[in-house]
Design a protein around this ligand. Structure first.
Ligand code: IPM
Ligand code: MN
Length: 353
């Protein structure tokens, strides 16, 4: 019996989570596993009415679940940064979800802005470090608001943090078993301390323990270029937190947009959290027009991480099937409502193999 904590969150988060849970139920019915969910109301509304962002007890409570399923965090009535840092980043850090796993896969019939590229070209995975780098919050400011102001924001890269991320990426590349190629995305020509560490550990670990995996290196700027020009070159990309944040938005665009991009915040030894990578899209709240596919994709990643591989594969087939019937993934332009898309995928889950 799996225990799943559900945080629907803000804006359209609850609407897309509802469809993801529909699909989860269909997958459980088809594969015969059992689960129970418990909902948590963290987000902008709760903060505005109680002043509380995330109680300390919540973090401890969430630790006890098998997985966390998150809709979206971000509320137009709350200053940017408060909820993102107070909920999303805090959970990533305190639950030590040191991997952010973001597949970039173009399904058939999904429009990509890349001319002449198709599903056979766009299919790779980004492994983003998720607890360190520029996100660690190291730094400070002096004389703020004066002409002498100084602002410093440091990138923290620990041997342990870098090594565990690289190890996960090597293992993932091996398990994925496609081109058996792991590309380190960095900036060794300028960030000569941080990426010197990344590069050394990458080659040490690779040579000693992963001789079957081909090692490539690309600077982050070149990575952006290749993601557009030759996305077929990539199998698995591993990178730090900030670069991973940036290149996965580019990745989301080439795979069809935020309506479809999903990610997992993974602690391989603890509890992981799955989310659509887009935001709360407040202007569409309650209209039943937002695309729930990214949240459904997050559900698929959750099943795969829980070890329910057959259920995950069913969901993936069902997503692919539903996408052949939807020609435009944009909110309000799908030709189907949010709940109709959820129904379509849930039905296809039952029929998949
Ligand atoms: C993401 C988001 C977050 C990040 C924000 C909301 C803090 O952009 O999940 O990619 O920067 O990690
Ligand atoms: Mn981002």
């Amino acid at each position: 019996m799996y225990t799943i904590a559900v945080i629907p969150g803000d804006g359209t988060g609850p609407e897309v989570v509802r469809e993801g849970l529909k699909v989860l139920e269909a997958a459980a019915g088809a594969e015969g596993f059992r689960y129970q969910t418990q909902e948590f109301d963290f987000g902008g509304e709760r903060y505005l009415s109680t002043g509380e962002i995330l109680p300390d007890s919540a973090v401890e409570e969430l630790r006890a679940f098998d997985a966390i399923y998150l809709g979206a965090i971000g509320h137009p009535g709350v200053k940017p940064g408060i909820l993102e840092k107070g909920i999303l980043l805090r959970l990533r850090f305190e639950l030590d979800q040191y991997i952010n796993l973001r597949p970039v896969k173009l399904y058939p019939n999904v429009p990509t802005p890349l001319r002449d590229k198709g599903p056979e070209d766009i299919d790779f995975v980004v492994v983003r470090e998720n607890t360190e780098g520029l996100y660690a919050g190291a730094g400070g400011c002096l004389k703020r608001g004066t002409p002498d102001e100084v602002a410093v924001q440091e990138s923290i890269n620990t041997r342990k943090g870098v090594e565990r991320c690289l190890r996960y990426a090597f293992e993932y590349t091996r398990k994925r078993h496609q081109d058996m190629t792991l590309t380190l995305c960095g900036k060794t020509n300028v960030l000569t301390y941080a990426f010197d560490l990344w590069e050394r550990v990458f080659h040490e670990l690779g040579a000693a323990e992963y001789p079957d995996i081909k090692r490539e290196y690309a600077h982050v700027d070149a990575t952006c270029m290749w993601m557009v020009k030759n996305p077929e070159w990539f199998d698995v990309i591993v990178t730090d937190n900030m670069f991973g944040d940036i290149i996965t938005d580019l990745g989301a665009m080439i795979q069809g947009g935020m309506g479809i991009a999903a990610g997992g915040n993974i602690n391989p030894e603890g509890v992981s959290m799955f989310e659509p990578i887009g935001g709360s899209a407040p202007k569409y709240t309650g209209q039943n027009v937002i695309n729930p596919m990214a949240a459904i994709g997050a559900c698929q990643l959750m099943l795969a991480t829980l070890g329910e591989d057959r259920a995950a594969s069913r969901v993936e087939q069902a997503i692919a099937h539903a996408l052949t019937r939807i020609d435009d993934l944009g909110a309000g332009r799908m030709g189907y409502s949010t709940s109709e898309v959820g129904d379509m995928v849930a039905e296809a889950v039952a029929k998949a193999t």
